[in-house]
Design a protein around this ligand. Structure first.
Ligand SMILES: [Ca+2]
Ligand SMILES: [Ca+2]
Length: 479
């Protein structure tokens, strides 16, 4: 049993007879490896698997959480596919199967950061035309995100500090064999970008250049750049730098996300704020932040922070995330998955299961009423009222159920300006050279951005516990 159950009070609701019966819940994640052993041990019942082509055990773990909380809900699974079109099809297939609650834990790094993308557009349409409660993880980028004004220093590099600091870049510890991925976009419209920026990684102690991104053919008209570097040498402290390559295209804002398979980002110049985008930004999608099940009044450092700022076609600010739920909960670990299960990927299925459990007792309520009751009943955390860290607060099952049992639901009406946006942003392809088969160019002629960066001695030297986040080919991360 997930310890998140007691945190949400869903144990109380089951004791009152709520089961989730009659609700079909669809899960979209990597795969359902190990599902047989979960069923044998009684941690899962029947699951309708519509597609399971690329494997992974994260879907199994999400299903286990849902089955704990809403044991009689009918469970469906569909893998996330390799691109945005596949992902949209996965949603459609689950809707066609009769799922009225769907949850995913996938963030697509190739969707635009400054305007609405293909998946968000599709989900907005679905939510206005179907009886659907859609839940997603906010992402694990709270301590791995930067957004700020373009400010090029005298050496020709972005000053991430914005203040001329002696530590102007982003910094990471990357152990031998670890991979560091950087996804960056700047504020030009997709399809008509004129500027170009490159990403560089260098040893922050010696200044040794390690990798530099090269603009990819598919990206020529899109304002984005990506670099994946695998550390094939000794463990290193590295700096991430950005420089214009040619012109900036008049860009005024840079935004980037980093991901490490091992090691950690140092906190210098990290900006947690405004680190949500993609289908997580759709107003009527329930976007879930993570609080630790054992300390449920405190946000996880890695839980992605809102709001969402779109700049095209017009500046639009969307409040996100919406709700907080527990992570760091025990699952069986079937399919060689890790337990405890951490990250917003673990929080999101708690919310999907909570909504199904309560909806099964109030089947005449609309999706909008379910959302309103979820938000209105939340235990406010952080700054008073809705905020960009916890959303409305931590989900509270008994209060939510009581609201829906009453006649009127006092609810927040989440309204945001909708912007038409149809651009599909294709996946990138490897360019010149590789390290570990991934996209980089080793280039000893790269100018060293600055003098070696002395690390503050107060920094811990060993990698900390990481949330369970993985980078996949195809520009998506599970979160
Ligand atoms: Ca942003
Ligand atoms: Ca609050």
């Amino acid at each position: 049993m997930t310890t998140g159950d007691a945190v949400m009070g869903t144990d109380v609701l089951r004791a009152q007879g709520l089961t989730g019966a009659g609700i079909r819940i669809g899960v979209i994640s990597d795969g359902v490896d190990g599902i047989g052993s979960s069923q044998t041990s009684g941690d899962l019942d029947r699951v309708w698997v519509l597609s399971d082509e690329h494997g992974g055990g994260e879907g199994t773990a999400m299903l286990e959480i849902i089955h704990d909380v809403a044991p009689q809900a009918e469970l469906y699974f569909h893998d996330n596919g390799g691109n945005a079109s596949d992902f949209n099809r996965a949603i459609d297939n689950l809707v066609a199967a009769g799922c009225t609650v769907i949850v995913d834990d996938i963030t697509w790094l190739n969707q635009p950061f400054f305007e609405k993308g293909e998946i968000a557009d599709h989900l907005e349409n679905l939510l206005t035309t179907h009886r659907l409660v859609y839940v997603t993880s906010a992402g694990n980028y709270g301590d791995a995100h930067y957004q700020g004004s373009v400010k090029i220093n005298s050496r020709g590099y972005q000053d991430f500090s914005g203040t001329g600091s002696a530590h102007p870049y982003l910094y990471a510890y990357v152990p031998s064999g670890g991979a560091l991925s950087v996804y960056m976009q700047w504020d030009e419209p997709f399809g008509s970008a004129k500027g170009d920026f490159d990403i560089l990684i260098f040893d922050s102690r010696t200044g040794l250049p390690l990798a530099r991104s090269v603009r990819q053919y598919e990206y020529q008209s899109d304002p984005c750049e990506k670099l994946v570097w695998i550390n094939g040498g000794v463990s290193r402290d590295v700096a991430i730098a950005v420089c214009p390559n040619g012109g900036t295209g008049g860009a005024r804002t840079l935004e980037l996300f980093t991901h490490l398979t091992a090691g950690k980002m140092w906190p210098d110049n990290i900006v947690a704020f405004d680190g949500i985008w993609g289908h997580q930004a759709v107003p009527d999608v329930i976007t879930v932040a993570a609080v630790n099940a054992s300390t449920p009044d405190t946000i996880e450092s890695y839980s992605s922070r809102g709001p969402v700022t779109y700049l095209f076609p017009n500046r639009t600010v969307i409040q996100k995330p919406d709700i907080s739920a527990p992570d760091c909960v025990e699952v069986t670990g079937s399919g060689r998955f890790v337990s405890s299960f951490s990250g917003t990927s673990a929080a999101a299925p708690h919310i999907a299961a909570l909504c199904a459990l309560i909806w099964s007792a109030h089947p005449d309520r609309s999706p909008a009423e379910i959302r309103s009751a979820l938000y209105s009943s939340a235990v406010d955390l952080g700054t008073p009222g809705r905020d960009n860290v916890y959303g409305w607060g931590r989900a509270n099952g008994p209060t939510m159920n009581a609201l829906l049992a009453g006649s009127a639901i006092p609810g927040p009406a989440a309204v945001a300006t909708r912007s038409p946006f149809e651009k599909f942003y294709p996946k990138g392809a490897p360019t010149s050279g590789s390290i570990g088969g991934l996209i980089v160019r080793q280039d000893a002629s790269i100018p060293v951005p600055d003098s070696p960066y002395p690390l503050p001695t107060a920094y811990p030297r060993k990698p900390p516990t990481k949330p369970y986040t993985r980078w996949y080919p195809g520009d998506r991360w599970a979160s």
